[in-house]
Structures are given as C-alpha cells and as structure tokens.
Design a protein around this ligand. Structure first.
Ligand code: G6P
Ligand code: MN
Ligand code: MN
Length: 417
C-alpha cells in the first residue's frame, strides 16, 4: 500500500517510519510519499527515512513531493500531520492567552482556537485534492486540534478518522504498571479529543481500574499532574489535558514562569534535524522520545491495517457521535472506542456519562461547533462567540479582546482577515 504523509517534512516522521519498519507484517507499506512545501526538510527527512527502512530490511520506497495532488495520487491512506505556521505560530498560541490570564496551550482554549483557524482551511483544501486523486484513500488526521479538524473533514463528507496518542499511551502505561501485555488491556475511554476520562480499564475483559487507582494512584496522578484525590474520589483517570481545566490557574502561573513548550520543541527540532542530516544515522533517535508523540506510529499502523484489512477490532478514534453520547449533536466528533473495518469506525455503546464529565464535554463540544464555524466562515464575531462559549474563557470583554488579538497575530494565515 502507498501511504502519503502530508507534513512529511515534520521531525516526527521518523517515528512513523519506525512503526512502518517494525510493524511491516501488520501493514505492508510499499511506498511512503512525503508531502511538504519545504524542499529542504523533505530531502533531510527522506534521507533519514530511507536509511531507517534499509537498516530494517523494509523494502518500501520513499518519495518526496511539494505538490499535494501528485503526492497523494493513488494512496490507500493519507496521514495529515501538518503544522501551519510552525513552532513560531505555536509559540503565539501558547503565550498570547497568558497575557489575559488564560491557559496557553496549542489545542486547549484560545491557543487551540487560533490553531483551528489557521489549519481548517488548509486541511479542507488538501482533502479536496485527496478526494480527486486518491478517492479510495482514508484520511487519518493527527493534525491538531484533532476534534475540530476531524469535524471539518466529516462535515464535508470526507473519508476521515481523527487519531491521537492519549488512549494508546494510557493503554501501554497501564499495561506496564500491571506487568501485562498491552493487547490484554482495553479502555473505557470517553469524551472529546484532549478532553477524556478513563472510566474503566479492562484486563481480559475484567475492570481493574479500582485496583489500578488503589495501588498506582499516586504514580498515575503525578504523571498527569493532578492531585491523587481527584482520581480516588472520582474513580476515573482523566487525561493530562484535563489539568488545563482542573488546575487552570496553577497552570497559568507555571506557564508564566518558564519557556513555552514551543520554545523547548524548537530546540529539540534543531537537534533532531542535525541528527537526521548525518548519513551515519539510521535508527529513531532517543531524543524523539522527549516529544509528545509516543506510540503515535503504533496507533497509525493499527488503524490503517484495520481499515485496509477490514479487521473489525476495537480502537480509540475520533469519529461522528451519531447518538453515542445522547447529550451531544449527532454531528459532534467524539473520542471513544470504536469498531474499525473497511467501512470506517463505528463507536461502541457508551454507558451513561456522569454529570461531572457530561457538563464539560457538552460545553466544549458546543465550543467546537462555534470554532469550526469561525474557521470556515471567518469574522471577528464568530471568533469571539467561540471564545465566549469556551469554559476556560467565557467572559464577554475577555473574549472580545482575545479575539482581536488572536486575529491580529494570525492575520497572515487567515484567508478572511
Ligand atoms: C501529544 C498529543 C498530540 C500533541 C503532542 C505534542 O502527543 O496527543 O496531539 O501534538 O502531544 O507534543 P510536543 O512534543 O509537540 O509538545
Ligand atoms: Mn507550514
Ligand atoms: Mn493528541
């Protein structure tokens, strides 16, 4: 199968290549088409990718393309992992909201909205080219904010599924704590992308979450940056993105006192690019493990293998609600376990969601609807409305001021501004 990677010049690409090499029996890839506007980056990443595949004895060809239509032509799957504006725009997403007392994060709150405004129009353009030149391809979207981007793709009828590594990360780390093979663990994972809770952890079908929290609650709490009583009292494991809600003011104080994640990542990327440029390097560098994308290649390979091979197994994905969470619109995008086969993803039924989680999910889902409207149609009013609906902003004067500042800072990337 030919797989196209849009944003193939990303420093993350070797993570994906490592997965294609290690898991070649699960997913026989014949061509990896790297698509990116930056020719220098393409050459560098392609060189590293070729050496990694050769070392692993994986015979796939690596091709490079600056033209999306040509790059995706004939692909069976198209992965989207682009970042409009690079780390510089991310840095603005992470710092500008701080000046207004709001969390600075690339997917949550005002920063996530700015990222959606920059990204949705570009992704929809790319998807239109996929529809024309690779009509049978599945679009697998890693591009953040995954919930809003996937909602944009599905609203236009594209064959798209959104993917994030939070669930697979929990599955792998819970398995380590329990000393079992990860394949024996499945999750009662519910919510929206970057707004999820684990309400059950099934080991061979038996819920071991109470025991996990009892025996490992302190360790897990430290990992996600929340007080252990939250896990013990609620009886769930929130994802680390819930920290931006449950400890919002503490996070703002921390963020004001240290460099942004974008600045840290920029330094790592510079070092990674030097490694990739070295013709002697042919394995995934350890430094890549310091990025947030752990297990991302394994999630991607599993998803594409199930779509292509009609496996019908259960994976956590972002897809249409269609009544799964009855308190949300049918066209909301939710992140839940779903059966994955040739026809796409079908969510498993979800047990009734408690008010404590349901309230926040409903609130953020409504924000996502407004954010998508702002990204598609533009306008300061729509941007302001989305911020007003967001539970971490939600004040009129604040929302109006932030809207103006976000638009001014992102003007070069907004077709309507
Ligand atoms: C996790 C999230 C991704 C996000 C990444 C950021 O993997 O699930 O959605 O893009 O972290 O990692 P970074 O190293 O760029 O901060
Ligand atoms: Mn770019
Ligand atoms: Mn994610």
């Amino acid at each position: 199968m030919k797989i196209a990677v849009v944003g193939g010049g990303s420093t993350y690409t070797p993570e994906l290549i490592d997965g294609f090499a290690r898991l070649r029996d699960e997913l026989p890839v014949t061509e990896v088409a790297l698509v990116d506007p930056d020719e220098g980056r393409l050459a560098l990443i392609a060189g590293m990718s070729r050496r990694m595949l050769a070392r692993a004895g994986q015979p796939a060809r690596v091709t490079t393309w600056t033209d999306v239509a040509a790059g995706v032509a004939g692909a069976g799957a198209v992965l989207l992992q682009l970042r409009i504006g690079g780390q510089a725009a991310r840095n603005v997403d992470e710092t500008l909201p701080l000046e207004c007392g709001c969390v600075g994060q690339e997917t949550t709150g005002a920063g996530g909205l700015a990222k959606a405004l920059r990204t949705v129009p570009v992704v929809l353009d790319i998807a239109a080219k996929v529809r024309e030149h690779a009509p049978d391809a599945w679009i697998v979207d890693f591009t953040n904010p995954v919930g809003i981007v996937t909602k944009a793709l599905l609203a236009e009828g594209h064959r798209a599924i959104g993917l994030c590594n939070v669930a697979i990360g929990f599955q792998r780390r819970f398995a380590q704590r329990l000393g079992v093979d990860p394949g024996r663990i499945s999750l009662g994972h519910v919510g929206l992308n970057h707004l999820t809770w684990e309400r059950a952890v099934l080991l061979d079908g038996v819920d071991v979450l109470p025991r996990l929290i009892e025996e490992h609650g302190d360790g897990i709490a430290a990992e996600i940056g929340l007080p252990a009583w939250v896990l013990r009292h609620l009886g769930v494991v929130p994802s680390y993105y819930l920290r931006f809600f449950y400890e919002h003011d503490a996070v703002v104080a921390e963020q004001r006192a240290k460099p942004s994640r974008a600045a840290e990542v920029k330094a790592m990327e510079d070092a990674l690019l030097e490694i990739y440029a070295d013709p002697a390097e042919d394995t995934k560098p350890e430094l890549l493990g310091k990025r947030g994308g752990a297990y991302y290649s394994e999630a991607a390979v599993a998803l594409i293998a199930s779509l292509a091979g009609d496996r019908g197994d259960v994976q956590v994905v972002n897809t249409l609600n269609n009544g799964t969470l009855p308190f949300l619109d049918d066209d909301a995008v939710i992140e839940v376990p779903a059966t994955v086969g040739a026809g796409g993803a079908t969510p498993l039924p979800v047990p009734a969601v408690e008010p404590l989680f349901r309230g926040l999910i409903g609130n953020v889902s409504a924000y996502e609807t407004l954010a998508l409207a702002a990204a598609r149609h533009g306008g300061a009013d729509r941007v302001r409305d989305a911020l007003l609906a967001h539970p971490l902003i939600g004040q009129a004067t604040l929302a109006a001021g932030l809207a103006d500042r976000l638009i001014a800072a992102n003007r070069d990337y907004l077709p309507w501004a």
